[in-house]
Design a binder for this molecule. Structure first.
Ligand SMILES: [Zn+2]
Length: 295
């Protein structure tokens, strides 16, 4: 059953490409030995039978009556990727986008929190931008890093997704550099969060009835709420990533966090463990035109 988040005059709609990606704890967090007595080793965070951590791959629509943002773009369909879970995926993402009743031409802007393979792919198909009228916003330092030697070396484990999923957007004149604290449209603003990658950001979304922080990849799994010092193998600067995570967990106490890779329903508040935000969740298919008429 699909779900979305109701912030009053703004809706945040997850587009979920994979709702249960299982990864070995030590592959993702070097040296981690999960504590089977702790909450993060229960469902939906941990698959006991497989002994693996559970992740979601998703991105988000931020919809108001007159504005539609896409925040991140998952792995995307039909891409050649070295990682088997990402290689030549079917088009689940676009089917979910179209189920909202939106058309690609109605997207006003795309925000890339960072340029990892699981955050950019669905914004292009066969090296063409999917959203013809949308500027695609990214922090310049992020783009420069992935275009550098260091970035190219880091990309070797995945395949050169910059070439097939980001450069076509730049070549179409649709890539725009923004400050890491820029306002995006009427209801969203970027929040600087460099560490996981050099130009990484979160996105704060404000509606008439609630606010949430799309926390991107500042945290990937519940285990990092218990152990904020734990960064992933894929963090460009693990120390800085840990600092940013601690800052968010401290500074955003009581606010709703929606980290990209937390398993559904993904959004919640840090209270002892992580309490999913039942007050904001609506179940059922979000349909933009109907929602707009009703609100
Ligand atoms: Zn990610």
């Amino acid at each position: 059953m699909p779900h979305w988040f109701d912030l009053g005059d703004v809706a945040v709609v997850p587009l979920i490409e994979d709702d249960r990606l299982l990864i070995e704890p030590g592959e993702f967090f070097p040296g981690l030995e999960p504590d089977l007595a702790d909450w993060y080793t229960r469902e939906p965070w941990f698959d006991r039978a497989a002994g693996k951590l559970v992740f979601a791959i998703q991105s988000f629509l931020v919809c108001s009556a007159d504005e539609v943002l896409v925040v991140d773009a998952c792995v995307g369909a039909g891409k050649d990727r070295r990682r088997a879970e990402f290689d030549q995926l079917p088009d689940r993402w676009m089917r979910q986008f179209l189920a909202t009743g939106l058309r690609p031409a109605e997207v006003d802007a795309v925000v890339f929190t960072h340029l990892h393979a699981d955050h950019v792919g669905a914004a292009t198909v066969r090296r063409e931008p999917v959203f013809p009228h949308a500027p695609h916003l990214v922090v310049e330092e992020e783009f420069r890093y992935w275009s550098s030697e260091a970035g190219a070396a880091a990309m070797r484990r995945t395949g050169d997704y910059l070439a097939d999923s980001v450069l076509p957007i730049e070549q179409a004149g649709q890539l725009s550099f923004v400050a890491p604290d820029a306002a995006v449209g009427k209801h969203a603003e970027l929040v600087p969060a460099a560490g996981h990658t050099p130009g990484n950001v979160c996105v704060r979304v404000r509606g008439s009835a609630g606010t949430l922080l799309l926390a991107g990849d500042t945290m990937h799994h519940g285990v990092q709420i218990r152990h904020p010092e734990l960064s992933t193998r894929y963090c460009v600067d693990p120390g800085k990533a840990a600092e940013v995570r601690s800052r968010i967990l401290e500074g955003e106490r009581g606010s709703v966090l929606l980290p990209t890779h937390f398993p559904a329903p993904s959004a919640g508040r840090v209270r002892g463990g992580f309490e999913f935000a039942a007050d904001l969740i609506q179940t059922g298919q979000f349909r933009w035109r109907e929602w707009r008429r009703a609100s």
